[in-house]
Design a protein around this ligand. Structure first.
Ligand SMILES: [Zn+2]
Ligand SMILES: [Zn+2]
Length: 276
């Protein structure tokens, strides 16, 4: 089985010190067939000065790693785009002029604030904050749907669809995604219409949560709606986290009836069977 980790960060992202070469060595050690770095590209004016990578330095790193390790493993140059409704035109033209292997679209903000900040959750009903977050994800996917209708695939993967549960768990001690399956279903349906592959992000499993993002119930709903493939990502910010908990995620995907992983090289998508 050809497994790719398609969500990981290195020192080219503002919030990671991981040495890219160490991440590649770890990926080879655990038997992955590929890894794609997906450095943060956050354009909100509060964040952009610190949170946009040096593109030349990043390109240079990936080129050097490919020279050294390209025979042993596929090394992708990807990006994790933070969805910001007001900057989508600039974001789309950035993506279209850059030579990425895989492009993730992730929602980190909701109601004008970053969802990982405690004040978003203070004095609020966490179920309501969760619903607002999921509505933001739906707006992001609808944007992709419009792009797709005009014949463009700008984004490949929807990152950590129910990311808010990490923070409702942290700040409110509870998770509410299951109460909003109606919105989740709209998101999944829109993903299919937009040709956008949802990700299974295993980072929550490292933080003692029972589920990856999203969990098995959402995977099952996706399969019922006709979804056949998802993308696998560890969201590693340290080299030793590359490929973490993939076995658990694969078991959940199989149990849910999702039989394939989507693997990207130069934006080209291939399906890899996860049958045993
Ligand atoms: Zn993210
Ligand atoms: Zn990430």
């Amino acid at each position: 089985m050809n497994l790719f980790d398609q969500h990981l960060h290195s020192r080219h992202s503002f919030d990671s010190y991981a040495e890219p070469i160490e991440s590649v060595r770890h990926a080879i050690e655990i038997g992955l067939s590929g890894l794609s770095f997906t450095e943060h590209y956050d354009t909100h004016p509060d964040e952009a000065p610190a949170c946009v990578f040096d593109e030349d330095a990043y390109t240079d790193t990936v080129a050097k790693l490919r020279t050294e390790f390209g025979r042993d493993i596929f090394i992708g140059k990807g990006v994790e785009i933070d969805y910001q409704a007001d900057s989508m035109d600039a974001i789309v033209s950035f993506v279209e002029r850059s030579g990425f292997d895989v492009v993730l679209l992730s929602v980190h903000w909701s109601e004008g604030k970053p969802i990982h900040k405690a004040d978003v959750w203070e004095n609020r009903d966490p179920s309501e904050v969760t619903r607002c977050y999921l509505r933001s994800v739906l707006a992001a996917v609808r944007h992709c749907e419009r792009l797709h209708r005009s014949g463009r695939r700008v984004f490949d993967v929807l990152g950590h669809m129910d990311f808010c549960k990490r923070y409702s768990n942290r700040f409110a001690g509870s998770m509410h995604v299951a109460e909003h399956m109606d919105v989740i279903e709209e998101i999944l349906t829109a993903c299919l219409a937009a040709d956008l592959v949802p990700e299974v992000n295993t980072s929550t499993l490292r933080n003692d949560l029972p589920d990856p993002m999203p969990g098995e119930a959402t995977m099952r709903r996706y399969a019922e709606l006709g979804g056949t493939m998802m993308s696998l990502g560890s969201d590693a910010h340290r080299s030793t986290q590359v490929g973490a908990d993939f076995d658990r995620a694969l078991d959940m995907l199989r149990a849910a009836g999702v039989g394939q992983l989507a693997v990207f090289r130069s934006r080209d998508r291939q399906a890899e069977s996860i049958a045993r």
